[in-house]
Ligand binder design. Structure first.
Ligand code: PMP
Length: 413
């Protein structure tokens, strides 16, 4: 029956992890997947997460179904952590949110909802057409699969990165977004852009807000690294809050995979923030349709991780502890950036390496070419995605010189 099914290509990110697992070399290093590792290279369970997990078990947490929209205390806490406690959108009841399956699932539900209900050019006698969805070039590779899978056609790329400066190509980005048809959806990374680690400055976000307003574009902020990027949850939410406080329509997706280390528990949230003013009936109708996306897709989201996250987000003492953990993780990452740059300078690797320190978040976009990446894998058993992105979290004092020296070797080979 399935003879004609062709083998699917390996996922550009998850395929790296599979290749790493299959390599018997004792020297192998995994810089592929974006998951935090300790300085001993081990997965990390945040102590506050472990404690709350145990407390929930002691309190007799059950495994009943959550409602379609998810766990209410989690949803309201997730809204507050991204928008800020004082957000007008929350005070005015202009936010409709559902808990979803981490960042990926939140994006999938968001695009499904947009496909069903967002017809930007609809008007007198015109049923409107599906919106174009703009994503940065480059972007997290899964964005470019989620958008067409939701039936919105291929995502359109907007210029984002300047390989010469290793920074944001702001003029290219603005030109492409100004040329986008009115009503287009524009996906932004809230902070710590993946894979480049380069973010617009606050002044640039102000200009991007202006472009979205004047071009009637619908911003969608994907937040996978809030608090993880700078160690400061408010700072990492500044771009989203700037847009939300402008009272415009926007979509927000959140993942608690990295910032709480809840990767496999799939803890995320999708919020539709409606422009001001907005009647309560509109919010009720939007929420009802989000639930109708969820029900036939997976009925309801997973419960345990959301209960852990809700407790941490909702209790000031636990929240403070979590903040300290975030600072620790982001400081270790920063220290590894500095150490990598210093070793690359010390070993004479061709090129300038300050960008490794300037980029933020979990990754560095090293500038290694696909050929150099292949060489790193084959000769040195160091695994990274072919676009030259390395997960800084995979570096530690025991492997950093090995990695830096292999990079030099690959560049000079
Ligand atoms: N968006 C971006 C930009 C990401 O980097 C990631 C994780 N790599 C995600 C969304 C979603 O991840 P998850 O589904 O694990 O929350």
């Amino acid at each position: 029956l399935w003879k004609a099914v062709p083998e699917a290509p390996a996922d550009p990110i998850l395929g790296v992890a599979a290749a790493f697992r299959a390599d018997p070399s004792p020297n192998k290093v995994n810089l592929g997947v974006g998951a935090y590792r300790t300085e001993h290279g081990k997965p990390y369970v945040l102590p506050v997460v472990a404690r709350v997990h145990r407390e929930l078990l002691d309190d007799g947490v059950d495994h009943e179904y959550l409602p379609m929209e998810g766990y209410a205390p989690f949803i309201s806490a997730a809204e507050r952590v991204i928008l800020g406690d004082a957000a007008a959108a929350l005070r005015e009841g202009r936010v409709a949110s559902v808990q979803a399956l981490s960042g990926t699932g939140s994006l999938r539900v968001a695009f499904e909802f947009l496909k069903r209900f967002y017809r930007p050019r609809a008007g007198a006698g015109d049923a409107g057409s599906l919106p174009k969805v703009y994503v940065p070039s480059p972007t997290w590779s899964n964005h470019r699969q989620i958008v067409p899978d939701a039936g919105l056609g291929d995502a359109v790329l907007y210029r984002y990165f300047n390989a010469k400066t290793h920074g944001v190509d702001f003029s290219g980005m603005c030109a492409d977004l100004r040329a986008a048809p009115p009503g287009s959806v524009v996906l932004f990374h809230g902070c710590a852009h993946n894979p480049t680690g380069a973010d617009p400055t606050m002044e640039q976000w102000v200009q991007l807000l202006d472009i979205c307003k004047s071009g009637s574009l619908l911003p969608l902020f994907d937040n996978a690294y809030q608090g993880f990027a700078s160690g400061d949850l408010n700072r990492d939410a500044a771009s989203v809050r700037l847009f939300a406080d402008a009272g415009i329509d926007l979509i927000i997706t959140q993942s608690f995979a990295k910032n709480m280390g809840l990767y496999g528990e799939r803890v995320g949230c999708l919020s539709v923030v409606m422009s001001s003013p907005c009647s309560p009936e509109i919010r009720t109708r939007v929420l009802s349709q989000l639930k109708l996306v969820v029900r036939p897709m997976y009925s309801s989201p997973p419960a345990l991780g959301a209960k852990i996250a809700a407790r941490i987000l909702g209790e000031p003492g636990l929240f403070a502890e979590w903040n300290t953990e975030l600072q620790k993780m982001s400081s270790r990452i920063y220290a590894m950036r500095v150490a990598l740059r210093d070793r690359l300078i010390a070993n004479g690797a061709p090129g300038s390496w300050q960008h490794v320190v300037d980029q933020i978040g979990m990754f560095s976009f090293t500038g290694l070419t696909p050929q150099q990446v292949a060489y790193m894998v084959e000769k040195h058993h160091i695994y990274l995605t072919s676009n030259g992105r390395i997960s800084i979290a995979g570096l530690n004092p025991s492997n950093i010189n090995y990695v830096a020296d292999a990079m030099k070797d690959a560049i000079e080979a």
